[in-house]
Design a protein around this ligand. Sequence first.
Ligand code: PEP
Length: 250
Amino acid sequence: MRKPLVAANWKMNKAIKETLDFIHSFLQLVEDSGDVDIVIAPPFTSLADAFRLLRATNIKLSAQDVFYEDKGAFTGEISPVMLTDAGCSFVIIGHSERRQYFLETDEIVNRKIDAARRNGLEVILCIGESLMEREDNKTFEVLDRQLRDSLKDTAIDGITIAYEPIWAIGTGKTATPEQANEAHTFIRGWVKRKYEESADKMRILYGGSVTPDNIESLLAEPDIDGALVGGASLKPEDFAKIVKSAKRRI
Ligand code: PEP
């Protein structure tokens, strides 16, 4: 049985004080996180302060992105070395907003994964199709391409995949549990063909308008091992409810 993982992606929200206030409240609501892996991804500017509060807990700190070189003349970028220094043990790579607004390709995603793993960071790799691709029945073709190119020459350990259909992110439209599970089963089958038995251990998260109200039905599906949560992770009460649902699933 795979241990559920629930990750909060705050995107470009919360300054340092808001980050610390959230963590103080959240820790009171979720006293024992033992049965569920919890990951919180604040903006870069809050990472080091967040880590001061999280280091005594089981909650892991994540960045929302990383650059693929360790250091050098890359103005504005943050390296994996800097992330581990700030206390991160995870990084989200290939989020659809990075792909859409910052033109990240699967090749860039692949280089970022390589740099993150080389520096000991666990990766949450985001993949997913657009509405047009789904309507054109291209979902599996898109997932196949994203998996093949993002994971080129890459080992699978330390990687969690988040299936995030773009049409469900921040829109309030969740994939049905059956739609999500169908994509997860495809992803696990793909990983099994390439990496064999590792596929059974690898966690696949669902992301896209997850809330305290829909998390239980998503987690009831056999291939959904947790969630990557955007909007509903900004309030400690909502995120704590999602974590508690994941605990009940065990
Ligand atoms: C996300 O940002 O990864 C996400 C799934 O956002 P939301 O939950 O707001 O749809």
